[in-house]
Design a binder for this molecule. Structure first.
Ligand code: OFO
Length: 172
């Protein structure tokens, strides 16, 4: 059984993951309209992953005798300026999500809820990978600079930069 404080903290994270999904969906749509097809597909995929993170939390809360709340969400930005700025936003967003997960882990220890602490380790590992992925992409972007050919190749190849390859340090 979850304590009220733990349940509330998990519900807050459900909202964070849902809002992340919306943020990446908005980025996907922006990139699609700009003709950045590869970046757009990458963002659509990332949006789906965030939805999966949300669903995993919903199932967990309900399985533990709590009630996962589906709430309204903050409207994401719709204009990202440039694809470089958009990926910087993505990186900043993942840092924010990592902090949010850390807070959640902290609550689980305060509440002596070791089952939830154990469950949350998946999210801790996931955030390490997501931050690594975002950093890999930012490094590539800074190499490209304003080179149009570089952007063309980046847009073509970005889908291959997966969370796994970035974490393993094998992303090209
Ligand atoms: Fe849910 O990991 Fe990104 O935000």
């Amino acid at each position: 059984m979850l304590t009220a404080k733990m349940e509330k903290a998990l519900n807050d994270q459900i909202r964070v993951e849902a809002e992340s999904s919306q943020v990446y969906l908005s980025m996907a749509s922006w990139a699609e309209v700009k003709g950045l097809e590869g970046i757009s597909l990458f963002m659509y995929k990332h949006s789906d992953e965030e939805r999966m993170h949300m669903l995993k939390l919903i199932k967990y809360v309900n399985e533990r005798g709590g009630h996962a709340h589906i709430s309204d969400l903050k409207e994401p930005e719709t204009d990202f300026g440039s694809f470089q700025e958009m990926f910087k936003d993505l990186y900043d967003h993942e840092i924010f999500v990592s902090q949010s997960i850390n807070e959640l882990v902290h609550v689980s220890l305060e509440e002596k809820d070791y089952a939830t602490h154990n469950f949350l380790q998946w999210y801790v590992a996931e955030q390490i990978e997501e931050e690594a992925l975002a950093r890999t992409i930012l490094d590539k972007i800074s190499l490209i600079g304003n080179d149009k050919g570089g952007l063309y190749l980046f847009d073509r190849d970005v889908q291959q930069i997966t969370v796994e390859s970035a974490a393993a340090g094998t992303a090209e």
